[in-house]
Design a protein around this ligand. Structure first.
Ligand SMILES: *Cc1c(COP(=O)(O)O)cnc(C)c1O
Length: 360
């Protein structure tokens, strides 16, 4: 099918990213989608039932499935800004009578601000706790936290939640790519965030077009009518019966899967690639585990660009130009970051061999 479109599948050395297709759905997820595709059901009822089941599985007060994590940001924001008032929800992105200000720490800029702004939100940027306290006023509708920026901002998660509670402002935590280890799936709702977001198509390996919005019952109930099939700000954010069935199967699977065995497999892939570069002069290939997001074994390959007369960009381009094309990240000069997470079959050996050809 891909060949008939003139498309060549690539080796994914980047990880669970939307631009390369998210993740690979396991057979039980595909099976659930296929089963769901054969019948009609009232979609709003299914959305509620699946949400309730996911809430139970993830120890959240309530949950709903959204059209990707980005749409969870939008519908959650819509619920907070309109304070659960159905009439106000219909007026978005208008700001009349709406609590339209959303407070965010400067280091928590996520690139997903548009998802809030499309609801009429005005982002208010702060850096210190004093600035945050001073920024809260009658127009404040929500406080946004980017989970993976925890270590970069001055105000940490627990303190952020505490301030929100004390001042009566709902807090949202975007933890889209932070579902590893699995306890993270309930850690942030337990911490007291009013809304918590995960991607369905990243670590969970559900359909790429799904996301999870977890949190306070009243806010989830207010978020649901903001989305398809209800007419409103999120009518263009559709989740079908197949995706609902698929993401539920993905959550169920994720909670059962042997994560320790998966981890061991990733370690083996990392060792394999490092081994391939062992004798490459002037090259270091190290094991690396990122903080918070995608917290799994990766490989970093580093060298002195000047000494070698070879730029990381050139190597990345050569990897892309090969057959099959290999996608990796290039976080800086003389540096490649390789995720082995989404590699399949003998792809780690192919990547190791190609790197040795280019760098050995
Ligand atoms: C991936 C990601 C998103 C968007 O997720 P989708 O499921 O692709 O909509 C939002 N926020 C963060 C932090 C992410 O990593």
């Amino acid at each position: 099918m891909y060949a008939s479109l003139g498309l060549k599948p690539v080796i994914n050395g980047v990880g669970v990213v939307t631009v390369l297709g998210g993740s690979i759905m396991p057979p039980e997820v595909v099976r659930a989608m296929e089963e769901a595709s054969r019948y009609f059901v009232p979609l709003p009822e299914m959305e509620k039932k699946v949400g309730a089941r996911i809430a139970e599985l993830l120890h959240a007060p309530a949950a709903m499935v959204t059209c990707g994590a980005a749409s969870a940001i939008s519908v959650g924001t819509a619920a907070c800004l309109s304070q659960g008032n159905a009439k106000k929800l219909r007026t978005l992105p208008g700001r009349d009578g709406i609590k339209y200000e959303v407070i965010q720490q400067k280091s928590h800029r996520s690139g997903y601000e548009h998802q809030m702004e499309l609801c009429g939100a005005k982002i208010v940027t702060v850096e210190t706790r004093a600035e945050l306290e001073a920024a809260i006023n009658d127009r404040t509708g929500m406080m946004f936290f980017l989970n993976k920026a925890e270590n970069h901002g001055q105000i940490k998660a627990e303190e952020f939640v505490k301030i929100g509670k004390a001042r009566g402002v709902p807090t949202m935590n975007d933890a889209a790519s932070d579902a590893v280890p699995k306890e993270r799936l309930w850690q942030y709702t337990k911490m007291g965030f009013d809304l918590v977001i995960f991607s369905g198509g990243k670590a969970l390996r559900g359909p790429q077009t799904t996301g999870l919005l977890l949190g306070r019952q009243d806010l989830i109930e207010a978020s649901l009518p903001a989305m398809s099939p209800f007419g409103g700000i999120g009518r263009g954010m559709k989740v079908g019966k197949e995706e609902l069935a698929g993401v539920l199967a993905a959550v169920e699977r994720y909670l059962k899967v042997d994560h320790a065995a998966e981890w061991k497999e990733l370690e083996a892939r990392v060792s394999h690639i490092r081994g391939a570069l062992k004798n490459a002069k002037g090259i270091t290939a190290d094991r690396h585990i990122p903080e918070i997001a995608n917290e799994l074994p990766h490989v970093t390959v580093e060298w002195d660009e000047e000494k070698r007369g070879l730029a990381a960009q050139q190597v990345a381009e050569k990897l892309l130009a090969g057959d099959p094309p290999i996608h990796v990240q290039r976080p800086g000069k003389g540096k490649l970051l390789i995720s082995v997470w989404m590699m399949r079959g003998d792809e780690p050996s192919i990547v190791g061999r190609r790197l040795r050809e280019l760098l050995g």
